[in-house]
Design a protein around this ligand. Structure first.
Ligand code: PLP
Length: 394
């Protein structure tokens, strides 16, 4: 017998730190883009666990890879070799910047690795107090360095003293970005499409300015692809569609196919900046999580799937733009944000959508975010649009 939702809420309130506002629903089963709650109700999932289940819930190849490896050996330690971890590093490198890979367990840890790497390189170049330039609206994780790099969360009053050395500039101002980079800059770090801010693609001019000014000052360009990577925008990495290539990328979320896996990947020149003893992680690259990531990476690299992300994304954005109550649609591929017309509360729309069996997300009071699994079809797009249309009206 499953515990009833009200009892579950009471249990959660009694024992879990109150850091989340949770909806009163427990999902107990998932398949492709569908979820079922503890009362057996079916939902269409346009959130995918915040861009984690890009391959759909319980993809048979990911489930099989986990089962097989879990029954054999779950993990040992990074003090020993592991074929799955080595193959995962190889595939990530070959599929992106071609350098070396540090495996970790989350997006925040991938940011930490990138921050340590660019700082160590800067110290090696004689910079005593290296700076990292970030963009307003950024989100790079919840660790101390992560929030220091995330202007909205960098609350000295609550969590200070925070690591110093982060400088924020507006996300849409190439000149301000150029002016902020100088001889003390270790890196410019940005999400090519800002996710938590509500899906804001960074303009090509800003990316080109970042690349130019990094080259001018020998600083590194870091792209946080934790949310926008892994096929979400119609290419394995968002940067593949952009005019400026980074020196380092971070990834996590969909990489692990549902298990916690992250990575920081370098261009060849920066693969040996972090040396023995500079960084480490107990769980990272364990055979079972790496097996899941290998399967996820293979599925999300399939050209037909990536091509369909682009066409389905176009269909979804075009349909959204037609709906009454939607006041602006942003994004690329199946990473989509929408502003709401004045007077419409995003939280209310999302709650009504949930009642109608559609899972969406609210990154701001007047913004909706859509991050469906990439395995959806046209019928799912049309169903989501119909449910959303009804939810916008009330
Ligand atoms: N970077 C970006 C762009 C993210 O969207 C997130 C999470 O939403 C993170 C980093 C942090 O990832 P995690 O929650 O796995 O630590």
């Amino acid at each position: 017998m499953r515990v009833d939702v009200r009892e579950l809420q009471a249990l959660d309130e009694r024992y879990a730190m109150p850091t989340y506002a949770r909806a009163p629903v427990e999902f107990v089963r998932g398949e492709d883009a569908r979820l079922w709650d503890s009362d057996g109700r079916e939902y269409l999932d346009f959130f995918a666990g915040l861009s984690v289940h890009n391959a759909g819930h319980c993809h048979p190849r990911i489930v099989a890879a986990i089962r097989e490896q879990a029954a054999q050996l779950m993990g040992t330690s990074n003090l020993y070799l592991s074929e799955n971890a080595a193959r995962l590093a190889e595939r990530l490198s070959r599929a992106s910047l071609g350098g070396k890979v540090f495996l970790c367990n989350s997006g925040a840890e991938a940011s930490e690795c990138a921050i340590k790497l660019v700082r160590k390189r800067a110290h090696g170049r004689g910079i005593d107090a290296p700076e990292i330039v970030v963009l307003d609206g950024a989100f790079h994780g919840r660790t101390l360095a992560g929030i220091a790099a995330t202007p909205k969360l960098a609350r000295e009053d609550l969590f200070g003293p925070l690591p110093a050395g982060f400088v924020a500039v507006p996300r849409d101002d190439p000149e301000a970005l150029r002016a902020a980079v100088g001889s003390s800059t270790a890196a410019v770090m940005l999400e090519p499409i800002q996710g938590e801010a509500g899906i804001y693609p960074i303009a090509d001019e800003v990316l080109v300015a970042a690349r130019d000014v990094c080259d001018e000052h020998s600083a590194l360009l870091v792209y946080d692809e934790v949310q926008c990577g892994m096929g979400r925008t119609g290419t394995l990495w968002a940067y593949e569609q952009l005019p400026a290539r980074p020196d380092l990328i971070t990834t996590a979320k969909a990489l692990g196919g549902g298990l916690p896996v992250g990575a920081c990947i370098t261009a060849p020149e920066y693969g040996e900046v972090l040396e023995r003893g500079d960084h480490g992680s107990t769980f990272a690259g364990a055979p079972v999580t790496a097996a899941a990531a290998l399967a996820s990476l293979e599925i999300l690299s399939e050209p037909e799937l990536l091509a369909s992300v682009t066409t389905l994304g176009d269909r979804f954005r075009a349909g959204l733009a037609e709906l009454d109550g939607i006041a602006g649609v942003r994004g690329r591929g199946l990473m989509v944000g929408a502003g709401l017309a004045e007077g419409i509360e995003a939280a209310e729309v999302s709650a009504r959508a949930l009642e109608r069996g559609l899972v969406i997300n609210v990154p701001g009071p007047a913004t909706l975010r859509f991050l469906p699994p990439l395995v959806i079809g046209e019928a799912d797009i049309d169903e989501a649009l119909a449910k959303l249309e009804a939810s916008l009206i009330g």
